[in-house]
Design a protein around this ligand. Structure first.
Ligand code: SF4
Length: 347
């Protein structure tokens, strides 16, 4: 796909920071967890990846952070300085080291992602020591400042994670991710393990940090309410592929793909008097090792016609800045969901 397809006019002046081109990640040779994904992320934006569990969004995020090695394709990173763009996917572990600092991850479950036997000082300071960024008093000072920045207190650095609530533990995870001053943070379902009451606080913190530090987020979520709240642009994934991509307002007001419409139908109405016809998403997510012929979504699609069963739809720009993978995108009148609530779940 032409990478210019996803350059919405709003972002045409902005500088790309990441260009993902035809990225693939296959497991055991046949499971196409990520199957030819292309998109561009602009500096300072929040780019959302959504879809049901198992659609490949987490695998994609891990490939971009190089926690997993992609099977093929490119992850072109544009450094902040005068260095030329570099394909992270093609670098060896040693070559990757200077760029690893720039891309960090926040994980879904702060309990399992933090070593419970380490103090906050060690958890947040370890990446600085390992990467020879800071040690000793300088490291302590930096850890203290980071803890304050994420809404914790510097004097708590000698405590262990179990002394903190779920929301506070996620703040510790965020402080660790920021310890190397990254430019891009891959946020993998960062609030889905938290109580609804603290989700908004953590989302607000992420937004504040983005403004203060100029961060770019790749935000992975199955909760469309969270995505609508936080993301500038969104890509919807199904069986390892992007099926729709647009700026958030357009996607939520006027989706073009039946899968997006079905996901949105599960989001509670902001206005309870508004009437929206529910779309029941029947059947299971297709098997990535043996996806259906034609459009992978066709067994679950209520708009399926003969051509959908045999011909694979390409991802194409149906409207300016709005790409979709559906044979019938121009003729269908799909329902959007403006004003979704933050706690709306798709699963
Ligand atoms: Fe549905 Fe056909 Fe579009 Fe696939 S191509 S989403 S089956 S209408």
């Amino acid at each position: 796909m032409d990478s210019s397809l996803n350059q919405h006019p709003k972002h045409s002046e902005r500088r790309p920071i990441l260009e993902v081109r035809e990225l693939r990640k296959h497991f055991a040779g046949t499971v196409r967890a990520v199957d030819g994904v292309s998109f561009t992320v602009f500096e300072g934006e929040t780019f959302g990846l959504v879809g049901e569990s198992g659609c490949g969004k987490t695998t994609l995020g891990r490939c971009i952070a190089r926690a997993l090695d992609p099977t093929g394709g490119e992850i072109v990173y544009h450094p902040a300085d005068d260095r030329p763009p570099v394909d992270l996917a093609s670098l060896s572990a040693r070559q990757l080291r200077p760029f690893r600092l720039d891309v960090q991850m926040i994980f879904q479950d702060p309990v399992s992602s933090l070593n419970q036997r380490m103090t906050l000082l060690d958890i947040v300071g370890e990446p600085m020591v390992v990467n020879r960024v800071a040690r000793g008093k300088e490291m302590r000072d930096r850890v203290g400042a980071l803890l304050e920045k994420v809404g914790l207190r510097a004097e708590h650095m000698s405590r262990y994670p179990h002394a903190f609530s779920g929301g506070q533990r996620q703040r510790i995870g965020i402080a660790r991710a920021l310890s190397l001053s990254p430019r891009i943070v891959v946020c993998d379902e960062p609030v889905s393990a938290l109580d609804v009451s603290v989700q908004a606080q953590v989302l607000n913190l992420l937004q504040d940090l983005q403004g203060e530090l100029g961060l770019t987020y790749l935000f992975i979520a199955h909760d469309l309410g969270v995505v609508e709240y936080l993301c500038d642009r969104v890509a919807v994934m199904y069986v390892g592929q992007i099926v729709e991509m647009a700026d958030t307002e357009t996607l939520f007001n006027a989706p073009l793909h039946p899968y997006t419409e079905a996901l949105m139908s599960a989001v509670p109405e902001a206005d309870p008097r508004a009437s929206r016809e529910p779309v029941i998403l029947e059947g299971e997510l297709a098997n990535a090792a043996n996806p259906p012929a034609g459009c992978h979504f066709h067994p679950r699609c209520r708009y399926c016609i003969d051509v959908c069963r045999t011909e694979v739809p390409e991802l194409r720009e149906a409207r300016s800045g709005h790409s979709v993978r559906c044979h019938r995108a121009e003729e269908l009148q799909l329902q959007g969901v403006a004003g979704a609530s933050v706690s709306g779940e798709t699963e």
